[in-house]
Design a protein around this ligand. Structure first.
Ligand SMILES: [Zn+2]
Length: 471
C-alpha cells in the first residue's frame, strides 16, 4: 500500500491558554497500514525507550562552539530525563508507589540518550538554528517528521540568547515541549489540540502543562505519560474500573489509556470523501470501518428530521442515534470538536465536523456538513459565535452540470435572526478557461433559465430554514 506523504509540523506559537494531555492522532497508526504485527507509537521514540534502548541523536548545531555544543547535549539529555523524572515524582508525592510500581521501575530507569555523528544511524535529528537561519518562520521551535521516507523525526529550535531565552520564552520549556512531541504527546493549545489529538486517547481540560507552553510538567501530563506507556506496552491498569488520575481531587478514571466514559467511537477523515469510523471498547479497538461518502444516495441536511439518541457518553453527549428514516448515526468528540457520521444500509450518506475556529479576535463555532446531491459533492457550512444566538452566516456549495460549474449561496443573519445579506454566486471553469466561447454562451444561457434561478432561490430558503432551526 502506498504511503501518503505527510509532513508533520507542530509549531510552538507565542500564545497560550488551559491544557491537559493528549496523544497525536497518528500514534496508533503504523508506517505500513497492512502490517498487523505493528504496535502503537511506531513513529515515536517511546517504544524504543521502553525496550531499554538508547535514543540516538544527531545534534546539528552549526553556529555552536565546542563548549556550546557540550552544554546543548547536556540540556537535551536533561530534558529527556525530566519527562520521566517528574511523573515519578508526582506518583511518589501522591503516595501511590505500590499502585504504579511497574511504571516507577520504567520511569526511574530514565531515558538514555546518546549523541552520534552525522553518518551514523539515529532516532532523532536535533537542530539548533540561529535566528537568521530560521528567518520568517515566527516559531521558537518545532517538531517535524517526513513520513514518506520513514526517516528520523527532527526537532528544530532557535539558539538561545542571554539568560537562556528564545523569543522571550524559557529555552528549556521550548525544548521540553518539542521533546514531548517526540515521545508521543500532542499540542494542547486551544484551536490546535482538536486537530492534532487522537479522538480517544486524551484527557479532559484541567490544568496547564508543558504541551501548552506552561513551565511545569503537570499532573495531567503525568497521567498522559502513564497512559502513553500503558498504551505502548498494551498494559491494562486497574482492572475493570481502571485507575484514578494523579491530579489531586480528580474523579477522572482511565481504562486502557482511555478516559472512562469516553467514546466508544472515533471518527476521522483523510479527505472530505474518505472517512474512518473506529469503535473502541474499554480502550481496545474492536472495529474499524473505512467509509466513502456515497454521492449518489446522499442525505441533504435540509431533508433531515429529528433523531432519537440511543447512547450517550459520560458527559451526557450523544454517541449513537437513529435518524428519522432509520439511519445509523455516530458521534465522536475531541475536546470541543464534534464529528458525526450518518449511515444508511451501511453506506455513508452524510458526514459532519463541528469545531471552534478563529474569527477576528474571537472564536466561532463552525458546523460543516458534507453530502452528495444529484450525484454531486455538496457542502453546507454554518458559523455562529454561540449556538443560542442567531447572529452568524450559512453557506451552501455544490457542483452542477457537465461543465464543472459550481454555485455558492451565502446568507448572513443579524442578532434577531433576520437575513441581513444574501448572495448567489455561480462560477464555472469554462468561463475562466475560454471566455466568450460557444460553450460558455451555452452555459450562460442555461444559467439564465428561470428554472435554475428558482432552484437556487429555493435552496437559499432551505439554507435559511436549516440555519435558524440549529441550536
Ligand atoms: Zn507543539
Amino acid at each position: 500500500m502506498k504511503r501518503v506523504f505527510s509532513l508533520m509540523l507542530l509549531f510552538l506559537p507565542v500564545f497560550a491558554i488551559a491544557a491537559p494531555w493528549g496523544v497525536p492522532t497518528d500514534y496508533t497508526h503504523t508506517w505500513d497500514p497492512s502490517s498487523p504485527s505493528s504496535r502503537p507509537g511506531e513513529k515515536y521514540l517511546l517504544p524504543r525507550i521502553l525496550d531499554g534502548q538508547t535514543v540516538r541523536i544527531y545534534l546539528d548545531f552549526p553556529n555552536g562552539n565546542e563548549k556550546q555544543r557540550a552544554a546543548a547535549q547536556k540540556s537535551i539529555a536533561d530534558s529527556y530525563a525530566r519527562w520521566f523524572a517528574e511523573p515519578a515524582k508526582i506518583i511518589r508525592q501522591t503516595g501511590r508507589e505500590a499502585e504504579f510500581a511497574d511504571i516507577l521501575k520504567i520511569l526511574d530507569r530514565g531515558i538514555r540518550v546518546q549523541f552520534v555523528g552525522v553518518d551514523q544511524p539515529r532516532d532523532l535529528d536535533f537542530c539548533i538554528a540561529s535566528r537568521s537561519q530560521l528567518a520568517g518562520t515566527g516559531a521558537a521551535g518545532w517538531y517535524e517528521r517526513n513520513d514518506e521516507d520513514g526517516g528520523a523525526p527532527r526537532i528544530v529550535r532557535l539558539m538561545d540568547t542571554a539568560g537562556n531565552r528564545i523569543m522571550g520564552m524559557d529555552a528549556e520549556i521550548v525544548q521540553l515541549h518539542e521533546i514531548g512531541h517526540s515521545l508521543g504527546l500532542s499540542d494542547q493549545y486551544d484551536f490546535w489540540r482538536d486537530e492534532g489529538t487522537h479522538a480517544v486517547y486524551h484527557s479532559k481540560p484541567q490544568a496547564d502543562g508543558i504541551m501548552k507552553q506552561y513551565p511545569v510538567i503537570s499532573c495531567d501530563e503525568a497521567d498522559g505519560i502513564v497512559n502513553l506507556i500503558d498504551l505502548t506496552r498494551r498494559v491494562r491498569r486497574g482492572g475493570e474500573r481502571g485507575w484514578r488520575s494523579l491530579c489531586k481531587g480528580s474523579d477522572q478514571y482511565y481504562i486502557n489509556a482511555m478516559p472512562a466514559g469516553r467514546g466508544p467511537y472515533a471518527i476521522s477523515f483523510s479527505s472530505e470523501l474518505d472517512w474512518m469510523l473506529e469503535t473502541f471498547r474499554d480502550g481496545k479497538k474492536v472495529q474499524e470501518q473505512k467509509l466513502t461518502l456515497d454521492l449518489k444516495n446522499g442525505l441533504s441536511p435540509f431533508d433531515e428530521g429529528p433523531e432519537r439518541v440511543l447512547e450517550r457518553d459520560a458527559a451526557g453527549r450523544p454517541v449513537r442515534a437513529q435518524g428519522s428514516q432509520g439511519e445509523d448515526i455516530f458521534y465522536s468528540y475531541t475536546y470541543d470538536k464534534r464529528m458525526r457520521l450518518v449511515l444508511r444500509d451501511g453506506r455513508l450518506v452524510q458526514s459532519e465536523e463541528t469545531k471552534p475556529v478563529r474569527a477576528g479576535n474571537g472564536q466561532v463555532m463552525q458546523r460543516t456538513v458534507f453530502f452528495g446531491e444529484d450525484g454531486e459533492f455538496s457542502v453546507v457550512i454554518m458559523s455562529r459565535a454561540k449556538w443560542q444566538q442567531p447572529k452568524g452566516w450559512a453557506a451552501y456549495e455544490t457542483q452542477f452540470g457537465e461543465e464543472m460549474a459550481s454555485v455558492s449561496l451565502q446568507i448572513h443573519f443579524n442578532a434577531k435572526g433576520q437575513v441581513s445579506k444574501h448572495s448567489i454566486y455561480v462560477a464555472d471553469e469554462v468561463r475562466a478557461a475560454s471566455s466568450g466561447s460557444k460553450k460558455e454562451q451555452a452555459l450562460e444561457q442555461a444559467l439564465s433559465q428561470s428554472m435554475q434561478q428558482q432552484k437556487w432561490q429555493r435552496k437559499l430558503e432551505e439554507l435559511s430554514e436549516w440555519y435558524l432551526k440549529q441550536h
